[in-house]
Design a protein around this ligand. Structure first.
Ligand SMILES: Cc1cc2nc3c(=O)[nH]c(=O)nc-3n(C[C@H](O)[C@H](O)[C@H](O)COP(=O)(O)OP(=O)(O)OC[C@H]3O[C@@H](n4cnc5c(N)ncnc54)[C@H](O)[C@@H]3O)c2cc1C
Ligand code: FES
Length: 266
């Protein structure tokens, strides 16, 4: 992990309310699912960096070992920090802390199902590239937002869509697609899920019902991003043996069966 002043290569609209930012940075090796913390202001307001998943590594020489000349992040404008980020110009510099977190484990030769809700898709491009096969289930607001799934073409995954308004794929939550996917398979696939907490909880419950391993990438408000402030602690373990884990350092990827979902998404 390091702090770098990275040059902004581009910062362009990618979908309504969504931007993609390219940063010039001679990266160390980055694992799928890891994230960076960006300082959105040169002053003290806002003080805290904002966490964003690494969407792509630019100029990576290998399709599965992610080390290159820059990174791309994909972000939704939801508040002040991301609004300030969206105003940054190409050619200016921004402080990047990272790579942070554990990332997604890729093990076994079994089939995988990636379940993305909204901007959760930002954590999956590198994972899809590394897996090279499986199924991507993407839940988006509208067909315009769902276009981001096109960027997964050519990576070897089948893609199925769900939208809130039914303008692309099925109308309804992406977990309906997950239920269909689990129902039709003889062997349970490994489930990777990233998105809003209620979606993650539903994916975890479905996976448990079908005996599938489920790995979820959690989002928590973060101050330091590296285990110092304890602000991102979550409860894991059992009622008999409770433990606390830090989303920034021990996660953001956790085995869904270890999470106390009542506290994450009541
Ligand atoms: C490990 C990790 C990786 C992340 N990766 C990405 C990513 O790749 N792309 C991305 O767009 N976001 C990602 N996020 C979420 C992102 O960090 C927040 O959206 C961002 O910090 C909000 O900052 P803000 O100053 O714009 O909003 P704030 O001023 O902090 O919040 C404004 C409002 O938005 C709400 N809000 C905050 N976060 C979210 C959210 N995630 N979704 C919806 N509403 C929210 C707040 O509750 C508040 O009401 C990630 C978060 C974590 C922890
Ligand atoms: S954000 Fe500080 S410990 Fe996780």
């Amino acid at each position: 992990m390091q702090t770098t002043e990275a040059k902004i290569l581009y910062n362009d609209p990618a979908a309504p309310g969504v931007y993609r930012m390219g940063l010039s940075w001679k990266t160390p090796r980055i694992e799928p699912g890891q994230f960076v913390m960006l300082r959105v202001s040169n002053g003290y307001d806002p003080l805290l960096r904002r966490p964003l998943a690494v969407y792509r590594v630019l100029g990576a020489s290998s399709p599965t070992v992610f080390r290159g000349s820059g990174i791309e992040v994909l972000y939704n404008v939801v508040g002040r920090g991301t609004a300030m980020l969206s105003c940054k110009r190409a050619g200016t510099e921004i402080s990047v802390l990272g790579p942070l977190g554990n990332g997604f484990p890729v093990h076994g030769s079994g089939d995988a199902v990636l379940v993305a809700g909204g901007m959760g898709i930002a954590s999956f491009h590198m994972l899809a590239r590394k897996l090279g096969r499986g199924t991507l289930l993407y839940g988006a607001r509208t067909r315009v937002h769902a276009r981001l799934a096109r960027e997964f073409r050519g990576l070897g995954l089948k893609t199925k869509l769900a939208t809130d308004d039914g303008s692309a794929g099925i109308k309804g939550p992406v977990t309906v697609l997950l239920a269909q996917e689990l129902e039709r398979r003889r062997e349970p696939p490994v489930i990777y899920a990233c998105g809003p907490a209620p979606m993650l909880r539903a994916a975890a419950e479905l996976s448990a019902e079908y005996g599938a391993e489920c790995l979820v990438s959690l989002e928590r408000a973060m101050a330091c991003g590296m285990g110092a402030c304890l602000g991102c602690a979550i409860k894991t373990g059992t009622e008999v043996k409770e433990t606390y884990r830090l989303v920034c350092r021990d996660g953001p990827v956790f085995d869904a069966s270890a999470i106390d979902w009542e506290r994450i998404s009541p």
